[in-house]
Design a protein around this ligand. Sequence first.
Ligand code: SF4
Ligand code: FES
Length: 251
Amino acid sequence: MNFRLKIWRQPNANTPGKLTDYEVRDISPNTSFLEMLDILNERLLERGEEPIAFDSDCREGICGTCALTVNGEAHGPDHPGAVCELYMRKFSDGATIIIEPFRVGAFPIVKDLVIDRSALDRIVQAGGFISARAGSAPEANSILIPKHNADLAMEAAACIGCGACAAACPNGSAMLFTAAKVSHLSFLPQGHPERESRVLKMVRVMDAEGFGNCTNTYECEAVCPAEISASFIAKLNREYARAALQRSAGE
Ligand code: SF4
Ligand code: FES
């Protein structure tokens, strides 16, 4: 298969970038999207040109490192899945493919397709640790957790922290990410001692990092590779209101 690529090139955060044209030829349909970029980079290096900078690690949808917008869609056209799980057979032979970094004010561009998503780390960091003793695995029946709650906690914990939700949102909102991180602990008794302070601190940092607010466009849910439901945003709002009321009642 042959493709025409338009790839965002930007030397650093302070220099303007632009889409640059490339052609890749003789690509197997079973080549992954990131392998196709590897092949292009090998050919650029052979010609003595600067390779395209992009992020990846696990390349199996687990780590959340890959962060590309493909033809205007965060993670590309094969939902649900991260861009590392996308294969070239998803595109027509001869297609033009536009590849850009996630466009979010809180994710500054480092170089080419590499962005700085440490704002998400700072939201998690603000949540702090849980004070429950980790120790060895307790007897399964010593803390009874309703199955429904355990399932919801596991669903929320599936978030891989890729940031696609913020990239797809017209407001650049990280509400789905924050909702997943707040929810997976709030459904479990081990997360309850710091339940109120956690949500208040995480939302405060989310706002301070410059993410927008949720206006229910559901774009986040549509691109999320972990299929995190937008209903967790409602859970986040309830957790926040509960914590704010308790704090004001206690003051
Ligand atoms: S909620 Fe989904 S899209 Fe957002 S960071 Fe987590 S896995 Fe990525
Ligand atoms: S490289 Fe790990 S999720 Fe894509």
